[in-house]
Design a protein around this ligand. Structure first.
Ligand SMILES: Nc1ncnc2c1ncn2[C@@H]1O[C@H](COP(=O)(O)OS(=O)(=O)O)[C@@H](OP(=O)(O)O)[C@H]1O
Ligand SMILES: Nc1ncnc2c1ncn2[C@@H]1O[C@H](COP(=O)(O)OP(=O)(O)O)[C@@H](O)[C@H]1O
Length: 208
């Protein structure tokens, strides 16, 4: 068997400027806000609102959105379980780089399998991985059906659709859980505020 593709005889190159110095420059701490949930649960909307809110406070963030990355970095991947696992692994690695750069990296992917999310968490110091669970009922997501995908999945025209005929494994120990309140989903700006408050309280938005 060929070993041409194996990474052997490789070494770690140290860089002259480190994470601590970059964080000081930016006056913020690099971390990953990982938003997980069903299609239509509001992941991208929260990611955008959070990014806007952080920007208005002078904080540098960057969104990694599943749909968008599948146009480039992950264009070779589909939705089979092993493809989703590789999708999440790659985005976890990229998110780790952004966090190392000192940014608040907002990853917004269905990321349906617990082991894949936990593997991303394990790539970072635990406190720097903030898992946000969009815990919206599938009935709400399906009623939104912004892209018409639930309709196609129900008609059997998309196979392996998350929540229909592919599983979504809820987080067991997420840092933030977003839910409806009295049957109503809070406005995106309110949800973004909830995450910003968490980041503030945990000291990510300044370097002392
Ligand atoms: N089979 C199937 N299951 C789920 N989603 C599907 C599927 N096929 C296409 N789509 C569209 O792909 C978007 C999800 O991509 P992700 O990279 O976030 O998925 S995953 O984390 O690898 O499961 C998802 O985007 P969101 O609606 O923003 O979640 C859909 O638009
Ligand atoms: N907090 C919210 N309140 C009301 N509607 C929302 C909220 N968040 C998202 N939506 C709507 O739900 C639909 C799906 O949101 P989206 O962010 O694309 O979900 P996802 O990225 O999880 O697929 C969109 O039409 C969006 O406008």
């Amino acid at each position: 068997m060929s070993t041409l593709n194996n990474s052997t005889n490789i070494f770690w190159q140290e860089y002259p400027v480190g994470k601590a110095e970059r964080q000081k420059l930016l006056n913020q701490k690099g971390c990953v806000v990982w938003i997980t949930g069903l299609s239509g649960s509001g992941k991208s909307t929260l990611a955008c609102s959070l990014s806007r809110e952080l920007h208005s406070r002078g904080k540098l963030s960057y969104i990694l959105d599943g749909d968008n990355l599948r146009h480039g970095l992950n264009k070779d991947l589909g939705f089979k379980p092993e493809d989703r696992t590789e999708n999440i692994r790659r985005v976890g690695e990229v998110a780790k780089l952004f966090a190392d750069a000192g940014l608040i990296c907002i990853a917004s992917l269905i990321s349906p399998y617990r082991k894949d999310r936990d593997a991303c968490r394990a790539m970072l110091p635990d406190a720097n991985f903030i898992e946000v669970f969009m815990n919206m009922p599938i009935e709400l997501c399906e009623s939104r059906d912004a892209k018409g995908l639930y309709k196609l999945a129900r008609a059997g025209k998309i196979k392996g659709f998350t929540g229909i005929d592919d599983p979504y494994e809820q987080p067991l120990n997420c840092e933030i859980e977003i839910q409806q309140s009295n049957g109503v989903c809070p406005k995106p700006v309110v949800l973004a505020g909830q995450v910003v408050t968490y980041l503030e309280e945990k000291g990510f938005l300044q370097v002392k």
